[in-house]
Design a protein around this ligand. Structure first.
Ligand SMILES: Nc1nc2c(ncn2[C@@H]2O[C@H](COP(=O)(O)OP(=O)(O)OP(=O)(O)O)[C@@H](O)[C@H]2O)c(=O)[nH]1
Length: 580
């Protein structure tokens, strides 16, 4: 028997139309009982009122009762199903242990979205614990510690006594600012202040350093959009630095962005062009930079590379860290011309990205498959805008194309300052000059670079010297920071490597935090076992073989996934340096 319309149709079809038809309810309005109606019907079902012989109600029916029901919600165990109670001591030791691991660049927090990260990131967010603590502090700090002569709280340094003074001070500061702005305009004539009639009042202007537009390369919105696309799509971000000037080519703003906005992404440094600096210098830089992020020394070359095995091993470790993903993406970021595309070519052992000795060769981001589970992303070179960088600094970092520079001879003094005189003499076979102009003239004459009338082509010689400086013909490097007492600082013990001493990079587990380990499913297991990948990997064959082995290890790991450690350490020796 069908229901509703179907039933009605059946009856009609079979000629059973009659009285019965009226009883068939058809779907539509009032077909189902509403909750309200059901409630009312149930109420009537509850029983009638009891009456005495004369018909007076002795006991009202439940729907007639005027007694208030007990408004108590029945307790349920499920309310507490997802919570755990721990002591304050246990909580603080958990937080200490987690904070230690979270701040160590060599340890990776896994499953951070399943951890009570608000406890770990205490002080960063505005919600939760911090707010609570702030409230507690306000509530618990006694009056005498907060106000009065013995107050221990820091007060805002206003430098003014009254509100009028403050107003006067800000008016004065504004005047000084406008004055400086005017001065800058006069001095440069190229200030970026919009001066078209009435378009922008001087108040709207920004005081910027006057510089040629070519010195703003790598700072355009387009390039930064490319960078953000790469960062967004990457699980691992490789920041490529030039070994000759690692600090100059370091983008701290990008590091900060990743640290704050995408803490789940892994950032590592690759110190490229290590072949251009002495081994000891590269090792010292690696040691110095390793304190902030894991650092690898590298020499990009398809035929004669250095550090390739270590980098691949590291990437495979990251890929096994994210074994639940189909693949991981590795973004290469950094200043222009630091060798991002060259590193990708080195890893792929063939020319997949265009490489050129001029900055800005990579224009848009580009995906490259390294192996089934690892994708690489090339990014155009970016330059964080900074008011402290002079055009000289920018030029000598290789951000600008030398042929576009006007009056290149003005930068030769800086080149001579950065390069040892003996290296200049050896490279150009020139000696006995007293200043940069003399040097350029001698060089131009020696190379037969003469203009009309036998004048030395100083301009051309300067461009040549700048190119030699940037392309590695002239040896130079920035001295690494001197560690106090001449000894290495502790802190990243066992991670310092020196070129020539290869440490196997392997992931191993750290002890689980003191509390809640089982609660949070963070037992240490050997889920991170690594298979080594040597420098001489045959990369073509590697795809099949290794992916298979990786898949099988993935299967093993999938069982143990629950038990993955929450923190894994990158490398015993940490600094991924490799025997040269
Ligand atoms: N000596 C030496 N030169 C290198 C190394 N890596 C890259 N180079 C050279 O540096 C230049 C720039 O390399 P690219 O790979 O184009 O640099 P990039 O970072 O991709 O540059 P953009 O396209 O501007 O982002 C090329 O001439 C490379 O030959 C290295 O390890 N050693």
């Amino acid at each position: 028997m069908g229901t509703g319309k179907k039933e009605a149709t059946r009856k009609e079809r079979q000629g059973k139309v009659g009285d019965g038809m009226n009883n068939v309810k058809t779907k539509g309005e009032n077909f189902y009982r509403t909750a309200k109606k059901a409630k009312t019907l149930n109420m009537f079902k509850d029983g009638k009122a009891q009456r005495n012989a004369s018909g007076k109600i002795t006991k009202a029916a439940s729907y007639q009762s005027r007694n208030k029901p007990k408004a108590r919600v029945e307790p349920n165990r499920k309310w507490f199903g997802n919570t755990r109670v721990i002591s304050q001591d246990a909580l603080s030791s958990f937080r200490e242990a987690m904070a230690e691991r979270a701040s160590d660049p060599y340890q990776v927090l896994l499953k951070s979205n399943k951890l009570p990260m608000s406890l770990v990131r205490d002080g960063e967010g505005k919600n939760g614990l911090k707010q609570h603590q702030a409230k507690m502090q306000v509530e618990s700090a006694p009056f005498r510690d907060t106000f009065g002569p013995k107050a221990q709280r820091k007060r805002v340094k206003l430098g003014v006594g009254s509100l009028e003074d403050l107003a006067g001070e800000s008016a004065k500061m504004h005047d000084t600012y406008l004055e400086r702005l005017e001065q800058a305009k006069l001095l440069s004539g190229t200030s970026r202040v919009k001066e078209q009639a009435g378009e922008a009042a001087p108040e709207d202007a920004v005081l910027t350093k006057a510089q040629e537009p070519i010195f703003s390369k790598g700072q355009s919105k387009r390039i930064w959009n490319e960078l953000y696309k790469v960062i967004d799509s990457s699980d691992v971000v490789i920041h490529v630095l030039d070994a000759r000037d690692p600090l100059g080519t370091r983008c701290r703003s990008v590091e900060k962005y990743i640290r704050e906005e995408a803490p789940h992404k892994h950032l590592i440094f690759v110190l490229n062009k290590c072949d251009l600096v002495p081994t000891g210098v590269a090792a010292s830089w690696v040691r110095a930079l390793s304190k902030d992020y894991p650092t690898l020394a590298f020499h990009a070359s398809i035929t004669n590379s250095f550090g390739k095995g270590s980098l691949i091993q590291l990437l495979r470790q990251f890929s096994s860290l994210h074994s639940n993903r189909k693949q991981i993406s590795v973004g290469f970021i950094g200043y222009p011309n630091t060798g991002k595309s060259s590193i990708i070519n080195t890893l792929r052992k063939k020319k997949v990205c265009t490489v050129a000795p001029i900055p800005g060769e990579t224009k848009v981001w580009q995906y490259i498959t390294l192996m089934k589970r690892i994708y690489l992303i090339d990014c155009p070179g970016v330059v964080p805008p900074s008011n402290n960088d002079s055009p000289e600094d920018i030029l000598l970092r290789g951000v600008v194309r030398v042929e576009n520079v006007e009056n290149p001879e003005q930068y030769i003094a800086a080149v001579l300052k950065k390069t040892k005189p003996s290296h200049i003499e050896r490279t150009y076979d020139i000696r006995g000059f007293n200043n940069p102009t003399e040097f350029l003239e001698l060089l131009a004459r020696k190379g037969g670079r003469l203009l009309k009338g036998g004048e030395a082509d100083v301009d051309g010689a300067a461009k040549m010297v700048l190119n030699d400086f940037l392309r590695g013909k002239l040896p130079w490097f920035t001295p690494p920071p001197v560690v106090e007492g001449g000894k290495e600082e502790k802190g990243i013990e066992g991670r310092q490597g020196a070129l020539g001493e290869m440490g196997r990079i392997g992931m191993h587990q750290v002890e689980e935090p003191t509390i809640a380990a089982e609660d949070l499913n963070i037992e240490a297991t050997d889920g991170m076992a690594e298979d080594g990948q040597g420098e001489d990997d045959d990369f073509e064959g590697f795809e099949d073989e290794d992916d298979e082995s990786m898949e099988s290890s993935e299967e093993e790991q999938s069982d143990a996934e629950q038990d993955l450690p929450i923190a894994a350490t990158i490398g015993d020796s940490g600094v991924a340096l490799e025997a040269g």
